[in-house]
Design a protein around this ligand. Sequence first.
Ligand SMILES: Cc1ncc(C[n+]2csc(CCOP(=O)(O)OP(=O)(O)O)c2C)c(N)n1
Ligand SMILES: [Mg+2]
Length: 506
Amino acid sequence: MAVEVVMPRLGWNMEAGSLVRWLKQDGEPVRAGEVICLIESDKGVNEVESLDSGILRIPLDSPPPGVEVPVGTVLAYLVGPGEPAPFGLASSVSPIAREQGSPGQDAAGAGVSTHQATPATIVPASPTDSGSGDRGPTAGVLGRSGATEPGAARPRVEVSRPTPRAVEQDGGAAAEPGGVLTKERLLALYRQMVEIRRCEEELAKAHQRGLIHGACHTYVGEEAIASGVCAHLRPDDTVLSTHRGHGHALAKGVRPRELMAELFGRVTGCSRGRGGSMHLFAPEVGLLGTSGIVGPSILLATGAAYTFRLLKTDRVSVAFFGDGASNNGAFHEGLNLAAIWRLPVVFVCENNQYATEVPLNNVAGNPHVAERAVAYDLPGVRVDGNDVVAVYEVAGEAVRRARAGEGPTLLEGFTYRTRAHAEGMRDAGYRTRAEIEEWQGRCPIKRLRERLIAGGAATAGELDRIDAEVEAIVADARQYAEASPWPDPATATRHVYSGGSDACAS
Ligand SMILES: Cc1ncc(C[n+]2csc(CCOP(=O)(O)OP(=O)(O)O)c2C)c(N)n1
Ligand SMILES: [Mg+2]
């Protein structure tokens, strides 16, 4: 099916832009992640990466270079081999104008390409690994630690909170959290990473069309870390995350529908459409929040761990943060406090080597973040953050330690984001295309896929089936998000203060 290539939104308030030139010719094959054209907007000239693979077909009536057209205008198509180009069907109406209307028509992302294989050591499934889909105890999720059932103390909530998927068991979760890596668990890790990737690609497309308001920092390339860590967590364990938090939310149990609806600003979103990309909350699955402020996830997770200690539970708290945050004072304060009180917290630094455009190597006396653990007398472990099996293994030990009362651990996942810092941002000048392409080749999904096939743990057909199932879930989520209602403007001041006070409504 032909995929539209549109005038992308580059910058949060860009309304129109013009083609500078195509970097691929009509009829040339394009690989997802390749730069296909240069676009000029009021922010300057940007390279634009394709989100799909296919053969580029540029209609004769495509807007020529230098002519300004609205964001969302169709510029070209990507078609499959032998597929005719749908010239003449192109709509020149900006999807921004269509926003209130019918759901989007986008095709979903490209297939998984081949890559070097590393044989895996696969542990056979034990008879007790029956595939029940149960991720652990759920009865206490809403009731433990005296937590208020979401909505209960807020009489004027417009929509009910979504059912936690860990409770609903929709097939996206492994059996008990953690444990020996059986085939079932490996497939669950694969599914989780594909789900994150496909959601991010769909969100990037929606952002390009101007359908997502505000910033959108994708997690493409880093999926192994959220997936490998959260696979050990129970629903009543908690996660605090960052501006790049979509993957953490999904891995902790937020469903694609609620994630997408939130980014589309709809009332069915996990934060009821009031938070957007950087303010995702789903306490019912243990997502205590993502945040646009760099650093506080470390302190908030330390606080959650202190609560778990005071309540005498065995719950575990996880802080995800970037390499940039490791130079924030919160890092020192959080790790020090957690160390002296031996709190049940796992600090997970996602070292993608840049803080926006600043290389960690330039701003850290010692860029090996895990080595800083020595200063607090904690275990510090650096792991290949693009190897989900390696992440799973080190995270398993860190979560075990925390749950057993042995104290905190600092994990550093060494990784890379293969898209721009945020959607629409220029992605040149501080890193090279060659570097990006090298890391695209280390894609954690491709790596696990090849490893599973080479090790005989799964067939290509089994993995293709998972891809197709996820594709359908993500397409459904996109339609659900677009079809969902906006929050009622009259309710804008609700939920600002705790207690559901109506005093703020006027
Ligand atoms: C306290 C604070 N300082 C600065 C910023 C601006 N800012 C937003 S994202 C970012 C880079 C963060 O880098 P890193 O922690 O490595 O996370 P990454 O974006 O690489 O995932 C910065 C500096 C901010 N949001 N909060
Ligand atoms: Mg970073």
